[in-house]
Design a protein around this ligand. Structure first.
Ligand code: GDP
Length: 437
């Protein structure tokens, strides 16, 4: 519970073994005792943690009741709190209060959701960096630079007669260019950010019996770090996440592959085409113990020009095709030989993925990475306005026009950290939280 009355409500339902008045209980203290109902019956034996304003998650008075868990006990204690005057928290309300009370900015609040939903180590690490305020600091530095430009521009507006001492157009242009390069770097980091957050959407395709489900099983078995089975956007797809070097690989349409246990339902070329069009990475698998069939060639036509790894499977058998095959070489140089059955060569696929997506370069210690589309869009908006301001300066237009663009830049950056944000946006952001966070 959080808020002015939380200790009063707690008092009505909690009997400590060593009672003390709330004034005497220090923050960050845990007390032992029982939760009791209106008939003085013990509901559970609990520990209660006390946090006193402003030193708490929300900056308000807070208490946390640690119970034995279980649905019935939790329900009963929750009901008792509500009966005695507490309100049920909205999703994300604790974090929202921390934001509204000024303990964290909006960027940091959003990172809490990302930490909770993180599917890979890198994503979690990046979110924690963001909670620690790394991105906020960067944005605030850029804002400060823009403010400096603003000061110079405003002097020129307010005291046009004092030509001397004004920043020249050239100096202003230099300031803008510095801001722009900072913003552009952040904007560009989103490509890596997207990979960190959403994973590389990967499709395994190949004609029936090439070894798709065997490969899938080999990957899933080796990578015990399978994180989640999330229902895809359409009802019959399942998205499975596998961690490769801390980056999630989102395997799409694995349900379709699994169905292939049933001979009749093997994925056809038409379906492969649809899946391939939608993926960031295609793993196209071929049976190397057989010559390329017409169906194989159709698949090769589909993947031509896409980000693809050609996997030659069944190398434990006598090979009919290998990496020197002209037809294959014509499609891609990324050719890997494996035996899905014996689970050999799978790591060569990972090495290729590393190489193709520069995964080793995604080093979170070396810079700030944007993972949130909302932030990226606002940064792009800020860049647009820097461009407009530069243009205005170059054309020698009046300084007050520049001031308008500068305000727009500051507004976009302020919307990222939450100073300029509307209530609707705030509500939208916190609605993504789960209850009680
Ligand atoms: P899919 O239809 O593409 O999903 O292919 P499957 O994974 O079901 O494999 C088809 C058949 O090839 C099965 O009998 C597998 O056991 C066999 N198979 C798959 N990979 C290998 C391999 O590396 N070596 C050998 N010898 N057989 C394999």
């Amino acid at each position: 519970m959080s808020g002015d009355d939380c200790f009063e409500i707690l008092n009505k339902i909690f009997k400590a073994k060593n009672p003390e008045s709330i004034e005497n209980i220090k923050g960050y203290t845990i007390k032992y005792g029982n939760i009791i109902d209106e008939n003085k019956k013990i509901v559970d034996e609990v520990l209660v943690s006390y946090f006193k304003a402003p030193k708490s998650y929300t900056t308000e008075n807070m208490c946390e009741i640690n119970t034995h868990g279980g649905v019935v006990i939790l329900r009963n204690i929750l009901d008792l709190c509500l009966k005695n005057g507490a309100n049920l928290a909205e999703p994300g309300e604790f974090t929202k209060r921390a934001f509204l009370n000024g303990r964290i900015d909006l960027l940091q609040a959003e990172s809490v959701i990302d930490i909770i939903h993180a599917k890979s180590e890198k994503e979690a690490k990046n979110s924690i960096n963001q909670l620690e305020g790394h991105l906020s600091k960067k944005i605030n530095e850029i804002k400060q630079k823009i403010m400096n430009v603003m000061v110079n521009v405003e002097v020129a507006i307010d005291y046009p007669e004092y030509d001397e001492g004004d920043a020249t157009n050239e100096e202003l242009l230099n300031m803008f260019s510095e801001v722009k390069s900072d913003l552009t770097r952040l904007e560009a980091s989103f490509d890596n950010g997207k990979i960190i957050k959403e994973g590389i959407k990967t499709a395994i395709i190949g004609r029936p019996n090439a070894g798709k489900s065997s490969l899938l099983n080999a990957i899933l078995k080796e990578e015990r770090a399978i994180v989640t089975d999330i229902e895809g956007t359409t009802r019959d797809t399942i998205e499975e996440f596998v961690n490769i070097n801390g980056i999630p690989l989102k395997l799409v349409d694995t349900a379709g592959i699994r169905e292939t246990d049933n001979e009749v339902e093997k994925i056809g070329v038409v379906k492969s085409k649809k899946i391939a069009n939608d993926a960031d990475l295609i793993i196209a698998i071929f049976d190397s113990s057989k010559d390329l069939t017409d169906e194989d060639k159709e698949i090769l036509d589909i993947i031509k020009g896409k980000k693809v790894i050609i996997v030659l499977n069944k190398i434990d058998l006598e090979n009919k095709i290998d990496e020197k095959n002209e037809y294959l070489k014509n499609i891609s140089d990324n050719i890997v030989k494996i035996s899905a059955l014996n689970e050999t060569g799978i790591e060569n696929i990972y090495d290729k993925i590393n190489e193709m997506f520069n995964l080793n370069e995604i080093n979170l210690d070396n810079g700030t990475v944007i993972t949130n589309l909302r932030h990226k869009n606002l940064i792009s908006k800020a860049i647009e306005n820097v461009n407009k301001a530069e243009e205005t300066l170059e054309k020698g237009m009046p300084t007050d026009v520049i001031a308008i663009f500068i305000k727009d830049i500051l507004e976009a950056l302020g919307e990222i950290t939450g100073e300029e944000v509307t209530e609707n946006i705030i509500n939208e952001i916190f609605a993504r939280f789960c209850l009680g966070k």
